[in-house]
Design a protein around this ligand. Structure first.
Ligand SMILES: *Cc1c(COP(=O)(O)O)cnc(C)c1O
Length: 474
C-alpha cells in the first residue's frame, strides 16, 4: 500500500454509509415529503461524488473532516433534493415573446378547454360509445364532425401530433410506392423530424423532383409512373426560399393527381385557421390557411393542434371522406390515436372556434396583440423591477415571434422590458430566473435580458415580479 491510498482510506472512513446518512433525523422531513427512495438516491449520489473527489486526490481526510463539521454533506444532499423538486413538468412563465415555444409546451389552452380536459381526466367519459344507441363508435367521431365544419372538409380524423399524421397518411396511401416531393420541400422540422426519414419509416419511396428553388408541374408529371402512390406537398414552415423561386400551387397539384388517379396530401404543419367571428391572423403574412388548403382540392390536409390553432397537442387530418376512411382503417391509427384528455380539449377548442369565440384562445390573443396592448404590461413590470435594489429596467421596442416554425420571417412588433442587474450578467440572470419558482424564461438580445409581456398569461405578471424579488433577496 502506498501512502496516497492510505490517506484515501482514511478519508473514506470519515464518510458515513448511505443508510446511516439516510437515517439522520435532520432528513426525516425530506423522507416524509419525497419518499425514502428519492432521498436515499440523493444521499448515494452525494457520497459517490465526495468519494470521487477523494480518489482523484482533490480532498483528503482533513478536508472531508472539515466539510462534515461545517454540515456540508447534509447541505449537498438538500441541494440535490432541491434540484429534484424543481425537475419535471411544472408551470413556467414564458417571457420570451415566442408565442408557440416548443420548449415551453407550445399553445396554452383556453381555461374552458383546460376545465374540459380536467373533467375528462378525473372521470369516466363517453369516449367510444354512442349515447343514443349504446353502440361502440370511434373516439374522434365528434371531433371529426367539428373539424369538418370548421375547415369545410368532407371528413376528418385526429392523431397524436402532425408527425404522426404524416406517418399515417403516407403509410396508408403510399406504402411500398413512390412519392414525388419537391426538392424545395424536403424540410426538417426541428427535433429529428426530417421528411425523407419519416417517408422511409412510413414505407414510402421518396422521389425528389425539381430543384431547391424551382419546381414545375412538368417535374411532377415526369416523375409519375406505375409505382407512384401519392403526390405530397410540404409547407416550408420554418424557412422561406426567396428570389428566383417557383413551386406548384396545391390546386394545380390536386388537379394533376386527380387526372392521374393519385391522392394528393398537403402537410401544412402550422395550421392557421381564421374561423368566422375571429380576427384574421393577417400579421402572419403568407402563412397558408387550413380552409384554403382544404378548398384547394387536395385529398388530405395535415396540421398540428398546438401550433397556430391554439389547441392541445394533436395531428389533424382533414379532407376527402375516402382518404380519411382509409387512414382510420390503418392499424397504425390505433397506435397513434389520441387519449380522452386531448380529445376533450380539442372538442372544446373547436366548439369555441365555431361559436365565434376564437379570439379568446390564448395563443391567438397573443398573436393578435398590438404593441400598444403589450405596452401597459411592459410599463407596469418595468416600474416594479426598477424599484428593486440592484436592478434597472426600462421599456424598449422589440420583436416577438410566432414560433414553432410558423411564419418564420414574421416578427410581431412589441414592447419589452430590458433589465440590467448589478449582480448578474444577462446569462447569469436568465439562469437564476429559470431556477426561480415558478421558473421564468426570458430572452437575451444585444447583451441584455428582455422580458416580452406578449406571452404572459393572467397572473404571470405578479409572479414574474416576485421571481425577481426572490433573486434580489439572495
Ligand atoms: C410542425 C410541423 C410538423 C410536425 O408537427 P408536430 O405536431 O410537432 O408533430 C410536420 N410538418 C410540418 C410542415 C410542420 O410545420
Amino acid at each position: 500500500m502506498d501512502s496516497s491510498s492510505d490517506t484515501a482510506r482514511e478519508a473514506f472512513r470519515r464518510l458515513p454509509a448511505v443508510e446511516a446518512l439516510l437515517a439522520r433525523p435532520d432528513l426525516a422531513g425530506e423522507v416524509a415529503e419525497l419518499g425514502r427512495t428519492v432521498v436515499r438516491d440523493a444521499c448515494r449520489r452525494v457520497l459517490e461524488a465526495w468519494r470521487r473527489e477523494v480518489r482523484e486526490g482533490k480532498a483528503d481526510a482533513r478536508a472531508i473532516e472539515a466539510r462534515l463539521e461545517r454540515g456540508e454533506l447534509l447541505g449537498a444532499v438538500r441541494e440535490r433534493l432541491a434540484c429534484e423538486r424543481r425537475a419535471g413538468l411544472v408551470r413556467a412563465i414564458n417571457a420570451t415573446g415566442v408565442v408557440l415555444h416548443t420548449g415551453l409546451g407550445r399553445a396554452p389552452v383556453h381555461p374552458e378547454v383546460a376545465a374540459a380536459m380536467e373533467r375528462a381526466a378525473r372521470s369516466y367519459a363517453v369516449l367510444e360509445v354512442s349515447r343514443e344507441t349504446g353502440v361502440r363508435n370511434r373516439r374522434d367521431d365528434r371531433l371529426a364532425e367539428l373539424l369538418a365544419r370548421a375547415t369545410g372538409a368532407e371528413a376528418a380524423c385526429a392523431v397524436n401530433n402532425c408527425a404522426a399524421a404524416v406517418l399515417l397518411a403516407l403509410n396508408t396511401l403510399a406504402r411500398g410506392r413512390e412519392v414525388p416531393v419537391s426538392r424545395g420541400e424536403l424540410v426538417e422540422i426541428g427535433g429529428s423530424f426530417r421528411m425523407p426519414d419519416v417517408m422511409e419509416r412510413a414505407g414510402a419511396l421518396l422521389v425528389e423532383v425539381g430543384t431547391t428553388n424551382r419546381t414545375r408541374l412538368e417535374d411532377y408529371e415526369a416523375a409519375i409512373g406505375e409505382r407512384t402512390g401519392l403526390l405530397l406537398k410540404v409547407h416550408t414552415s420554418n424557412f422561406r426560399v426567396q428570389g428566383f423561386v417557383q413551386s406548384v400551387d396545391a390546386d394545380v397539384l390536386a388537379e394533376l393527381g386527380h387526372t392521374r388517379g393519385l391522392p394528393v396530401v398537403w402537410d401544412l404543419g402550422s395550421g392557421r385557421l381564421d374561423p368566422p367571428g375571429a380576427t384574421a391572423l393577417e400579421a402572419l403574412g403568407d402563412e397558408v390557411g387550413v380552409e384554403a388548403a382544404v378548398a384547394s382540392g387536395v385529398d388530405l390536409v395535415l396540421f398540428s393542434g398546438d401550433k397556430l390553432l391554439g389547441a392541445p397537442q394533436a395531428g389533424l387530418l382533414a379532407g376527402r371522406a375516402e382518404a380519411v376512411a382509409a387512414c382510420r382503417r390503418n392499424p397504425l391509427y390505433r397506435a397513434l390515436r389520441l387519449d380522452k384528455v386531448a380529445l376533450a380539449g380539442l372538442e372544446t377548442t373547436f366548439e369555441l372556434l365555431l361559436a365565434g369565440r376564437g379570439d379568446e384562445l390564448p395563443a391567438r390573443r397573443m398573436l393578435l396583440a398590438s404593441p400598444g396592448e403589450v405596452a401597459a404590461s411592459a410599463e407596469r413590470i418595468a416600474r416594479a423591477l426598477d424599484a428593486l435594489p440592484g436592478l434597472s429596467a426600462c421599456v424598449v421596442e422589440a420583436r416577438s415571434q410566432p414560433g414553432s416554425g410558423a411564419a418564420p420571417l414574421v416578427y410581431l412588433p412589441t414592447r419589452a422590458v430590458a433589465v440590467d442587474s448589478q449582480a448578474h450578467d444577462p446569462d447569469a440572470l436568465a439562469a437564476a430566473l429559470r431556477r426561480a419558482e415558478p421558473p421564468v424564461f426570458a430572452r437575451i438580445a444585444e447583451d441584455r435580458l428582455l422580458l416580452d409581456p406578449r406571452t404572459l398569461l393572467q397572473g404571470d405578471e405578479d409572479d414574474l415580479v416576485a421571481a425577481f424579488g426572490s433573486l434580489v433577496r439572495l
